[in-house]
Write a protein of this length. Sequence first.
Length: 553
Amino acid sequence: MSYQRLESATVGAELHEGEEARIADPMWLLGKQWQLGEFTGEDAASPILVEASLSHAPITRVRPGPPISGGPVLQRAEDGLPLETAVEREPIRTGPAAVRLAADAGLQLWRHLAPTEAPDDLPKAIRESFALALGRDDGLDPVGRAQLALLARRSFDARKLHADWATGSKVLRMLPGMKLPAVKTAVDAWAQWYAGLYSEPAAGAASWDPQHMEYRFQVAAGISAKAEVQLEAREYTGGHLDWYGFDRPPKGNPDMGARGTLRKHTLRVLPTPARFAGQAASRWWQVENAGVWFGDLASAPEDLARAAVAAYGMLFGDDWYVVPVRLPSGVIARVDSLQVLDTFEGRHTVDSCAKRDGAGRSWRFFELTGDVLGEWLLLPPALPGVTQSPPIEEIALLRDEVANLGWAAELRVESAAARTIDRAARARAAMPPPREPADDAWLYTLATQVPEHQVPLVPVTSDGGLYLQRGRLATGAGNGVTTRGAVGRILEPERQLLIRDEEIPATGARVTRSWQMARTASGGFVLWVGRRKRAGRPLRSPGLVFDEVTQND
């Protein structure tokens, strides 16, 4: 027995009808428009054309240090040097590892001379005439000291040879006559290589402000034959240099000599609707991203700004347009005029918010602090990326409320052999065990011991302000009392150091020195040593306690 059965399917495979979102009541759409206030709108036009006129001027001057320091004014475009390099670089050939670097550069000369078949007595004569002086042994790096002693026998002081070669006073007399052209070419190539090996500042061109442990400098752009616009970076901590690190200083700073003319730029483009992550859909029937739900916005009762920005983005995020402008980096720019043509053939002149709100406004966006008119926009010549070595020197700044002191812990320092020494680990290993009182006895300690890598910062007043002055700790007793202090370059042991009290927060701060390398605008490489200041991780106090009495339980 067999039979056949026919059944109808109620589900269709096509999606067109669902995508059309048909409704049976057209009045529903009118009601929705009335609910959203579309019937009361006075201007429903959209921009279709933007015509603008802009002016910009390149930044041509850099002055390291405070405005009244009297430092030299540098040409920013010199050799295409990045602005971060011009600001951060410090002397290397006279730094802590100057001897090791001079010896390594001397070995490089032997590689240049190898193809020239120079006589065997020439290297010996160079080593004797430009001997490498090791200087006093500070006992910081015994292994590195042995390496320097070996290099002193095999190499020479490249700094002395380079200075002598520039004047041609001694080296040329050592060269044999028949080999003079080839050897001279090799030494010329070596001298050129050594001169461009590191990027170092000119004398008196230091931007590092030790009182704030930050960089400070000014830049200027000429806008006419008699006027310039100055910008100042007072708190640049190193790393990434962007527009928000600059302020418009008050009038009265010394002139930097930047002169020029504003370069005009006209624009006639189609505006593009602005888009941002998590933006609400611009169409009523558009399916939104399920990963964004503004109804689940987490904010505290006092977090009004987050709720206001979210509400503004949902309601008016689709009303913003972007007008792309292509300008060179390293300029200050302003918009002279802006006109918008809408879909109803209406033309509108758009003024800046700064001009409409006036000088007493409180809302600012992408404006330079101190720019009262809000007319200038800075496009800094920032580096896209920097290759950075591990820190060759590192200090930690912290407070000690119990001892009423500040402390600068030299965690790592650079030795004369260009080796990074973990001074904190060595100091902890050298600490003697604490004394224990005898049975049923009292033990009086005038002051507890502090690891030798801890440098005290003593509160002092100067110029009406509170500072922390770098000091020294006394060790030993009787006639054998000695003092110890800083040995690294950041704490500047060769001169007095005053750090402003407000620069060391309760959580502390960390300052590092490291090698930096980046590409220049011409595609070459530039190498320098720079510093970074970052928020510190809370460290334990060195434990300095006075008049301590303990008893053996």
